[in-house]
Design a protein around this ligand. Structure first.
Ligand code: CS2
Length: 494
């Protein structure tokens, strides 16, 4: 193998010509964004947009301070520290063209478990105008259906007991807002970048619930000084695997311990509700809007729902990637029927042409053979995803059209999925905060099929909807007796 260069600031100039490197002096950058949760997705999406802005327009006031709060984030924290905050964005197009771009927008980095007070101080710093978040769907502790914040979550309970060494984002933000108020400093914008409907409003509600229990005296200050725009974020970003690390070394001579692989497509839509001046991110393709609803509905109910479906059905069959599942005509026939008959009528704010284009583009993105997006990744935390991506369609249909046939099949397949064994008798892990309940209830549903949809914290009163349960029971009984592939073919035919 030809010589490769360890990725850090010093080696940037030595990288081969076909690697795009920052054209700006990173030492000149001022940090005004603090981002919590330096995930692969943050790196392929927000960090990328900011990099483009600094790179192309020399807008030096948008540097990012990355912050990780979880014990499980130690690895990425150490790697990025080692690499001076630099990482490779490894973009893979459908036609086989691969590009490597070194992203330089993360110029500072803090790790909560190591020094929580330093993180709180940084969050309270007046230069920080935006605190953005990718804390995943289950990080909000808000039940989408009941609208209740889970104040009994163990991490939340700990934060209430130990406010100066918090674990959750709510504990950290509360302390930093207290400092801003005490020091008479201006507020900031909280920018949620997670895949949940009305992510800004959800964040606001969770935070208000937390603050009203822990520090009610700052609620009024927060209401005047903090804003919570809703956003829609999109870029398919699989888990990086060792092959990616290896091919990056071979093809581009970059020795990056944790590059980020992604598709070339990317979209970011933000509600125009900033506390300070609106960032000039529109120069690099960010769309500002007064009404986020149509954008988020398209994204969550079409793309994320499709992912969840392919994840559950594909895993049961023994597939490992979205690509494999999206190239199976039986699975795609099923998915298409769900999207056309059940989801599309719910998208009342969008014209038919845009919906059709979105669906077409979606299938093409799923069928990119170079993005080995793992079904394992998609299926993680399904108990948070199903209520966000699938159940809103069911709810709408039960109130309006009654087309719930394929949705009921999906939920029945999810019950079967929680047995933890595919059709080739290969076991797989169920990675989910609610895995205990899911696995137990799935097992009980072998004898009593209704048990699974009686999990109220996920399905609320769905088990009382006869139109739905009739299909669900039929699907589950077929799935218990037959392989998923046969069941889908049969379901598609009837
Ligand atoms: C996926 C998303 O985790 C999931 O369920 O659907 O991570 C998806 O890949 C992104 O939202 C794409 O923008």
């Amino acid at each position: 193998m030809a010589k490769s260069f360890y990725l850090n600031a010093e080696n940037l100039a030595s990288l081969p010509k076909d690697v795009s490197v920052p054209s700006y002096d990173r030492d000149q950058i001022n940090t005004s964004i603090l981002h919590i949760g330096v995930s692969n997705f943050h790196r392929s999406h927000q960090a990328y947009y900011i990099h483009e802005l600094i790179d192309k327009y020399k807008e030096l006031n948008y540097g990012i301070c990355g912050v990780d709060l979880l014990e499980s984030d130690r690895k990425i924290y150490n790697i990025l520290k080692d690499q001076d905050g630099l990482f490779t964005l490894y973009t893979k197009e459908k036609n086989g063209s691969h590009k490597a771009k070194i992203i330089g927008s993360i110029v500072e980095y803090f790790y909560g478990p190591e020094n929580p007070l330093a993180v709180i101080e940084k969050m309270a710093h007046p230069d920080i105008k935006i605190i953005s978040l990718t804390i995943a769907e289950d990080g909000y502790h808000l039940n989408e259906i009941t609208g209740e914040f889970d104040i009994n979550h163990p991490a939340v309970k700990e934060d209430i007991k130990n406010p100066f060494s918090p674990k959750t984002v709510f504990g950290y933000l509360t302390q930093s807002f207290k400092l801003r108020k005490l020091r008479n400093l201006p507020g900031c914008t909280i920018l949620s970048c997670d895949n949940i409907k009305s992510n800004g409003d959800t964040m606001k509600q969770s935070l208000y619930n937390y603050v009203s229990i822990t520090e009610p005296d700052i609620l009024n200050w927060i209401s005047k000084n903090i804003s919570f725009p809703n956003t829609m974020v999109d870029r398919i970003t699989p888990i990086t695997n060792s092959t990616d690390v290896h091919t990056l070394k071979e093809d581009f001579h970059i020795d990056d311990q944790w590059p980020v692989v992604c598709e070339s497509f990317s979209q970011w839509v933000i509600e125009d509700k900033f506390i300070h001046d609106r960032p000039v991110w529109d120069k690099v393709g960010v769309q500002y809007t007064e009404n986020i609803v149509p954008f988020e509905n398209l994204k969550l109910q079409l793309l994320n729902a499709s992912h969840t479906i392919l994840g559950i059905l594909g895993t049961l069959h023994g597939y490992k990637t979205v690509y494999e599942t999206a190239n199976d005509k039986d699975f795609m026939y099923f998915l298409k029927a769900f999207l056309d008959v059940e989801v599309t009528p719910t998208l009342i704010d969008t014209d038919q042409k845009s919906i059709d284009n979105y669906k077409k583009n979606l299938v093409s993105r799923f069928q990119n053979p170079h993005i080995n997006d793992q079904l394992f990744r998609i299926c993680q935390e399904s108990s948070a995803k199903v209520p966000l991506f699938i159940l809103p369609t069911v709810k709408y249909q039960l109130e309006n059209g009654m087309h719930v046939k394929n949705a009921a099949f999906i939920i029945a397949a999810w019950a079967k999925y929680n047995d933890g064994m595919d059709d080739n008798e290969n076991p797989y892990d169920i990675v989910d905060t609610k895995s205990g309940t899911l696995i137990r209830t799935a097992a009980l549903s072998i004898q009593s099929p209704m048990k699974f949809i009686q999990i109220k914290s996920i399905f609320e009163d769905l088990s009382e909807e006869e139109t739905f349960t009739t299909y669900y029971l039929e699907a589950l009984s077929q799935l218990r007796e037959n392989k998923i592939k046969d069941c889908i073919q049969n379901w598609n035919a009837n």
